[in-house]
Write a protein that binds this ligand. Structure first.
Ligand code: GLN
Length: 231
């Protein structure tokens, strides 16, 4: 059984939980998702972590009350091999954690660098690392949680495109400075670097949880499993 933490700071969190369930079904893995809302939820037994997208300033402010962000960074420092997937605002946190912490991915990132909310867009992304192959599996929706939050219903876009491009959803997205990248590029949009991989940390400037193409979630689970097996 793998246990995957989701940093419930703010933003698109429940969709990540749903994507993880789908990815686990596709790989035949048993996975439990753990909603990390307080520092003491970020425990050493977690096998992987997701830093969702949303609004990084809000995340930094919201996390001050529960010391969540420092707990997450401390967890990453204590478990450098455990995989982390940071999407959009989560990628900003990986690339510029602030508070005197060194970046977790070797790439400079600029917030809101594609323009305003209205300039949000979708584009076909090239995934340039290997991710575990599996056939798409439909899963039953989770339904509302105790806060009446329910994952957005995602489009079937992506389910049929596994072998080709990845449906990239860019929402007031940040932008990596391609000339600054000192780690592996994991995803491109034309000449742009939209995904980086630095050791066990993946930062994506788009929202893979808003599609049914779960290859990045499968990557996370597979890494977590390999890591767990190696311990
Ligand atoms: N614009 C947001 C920020 O700067 C990121 C947007 C997103 O996560 N979709 O934090």
């Amino acid at each position: 059984m793998l246990r995957v933490g989701i940093a419930m700071l703010q933003g698109a969190r429940h969709e990540h939980a749903e994507a993880l369930r789908g990815a686990a079904a596709e790989l035949g893995f048993e996975v439990e998702t753990v909603e990390c809302r307080r520092a003491d939820h970020v425990t050493p037994d977690l096998d992987a972590m997701i830093l969702p997208g949303g609004e990084s300033t809000t995340m930094r402010i919201a996390s001050q009350y529960e010391s969540m962000l420092s707990a997450l960074f401390d967890w990453m420092d204590s478990h450098p091999q455990k995989p982390v997937l940071g999407t959009c605002a989560g990628a900003i946190l990986l690339a510029s954690p602030g508070a005197d912490r060194s970046p977790y991915v070797g790439a400079k990132i600029a917030r809101n660098a594609w323009g305003r909310q209205r300039q949000s867009f979708e584009g076909v992304v090239d995934v340039v690392i290997d991710t575990p192959q599996a056939d798409y599996k439909r899963i039953a929706p989770i339904g509302p949680d105790r806060f009446q939050h329910q994952p957005l219903e995602v489009q079937s876009l992506g389910a049929d495109t596994l072998a080709t491009g990845f449906p990239g959803v860019f929402i007031r997205a940040p932008r990596f400075d391609a000339s600054s990248v000192s780690c592996t590029v994991s995803a491109r949009l034309g000449d742009e670097v939209v995904g980086v991989l630095d050791g066990s940390k993946m930062g994506l400037t788009f929202h893979p949880e808003l599609t049914l193409d779960r290859r990045f979630h499968r990557w996370l689970l597979n890494q977590a499993k390999q890591q767990k097996g190696a311990v």
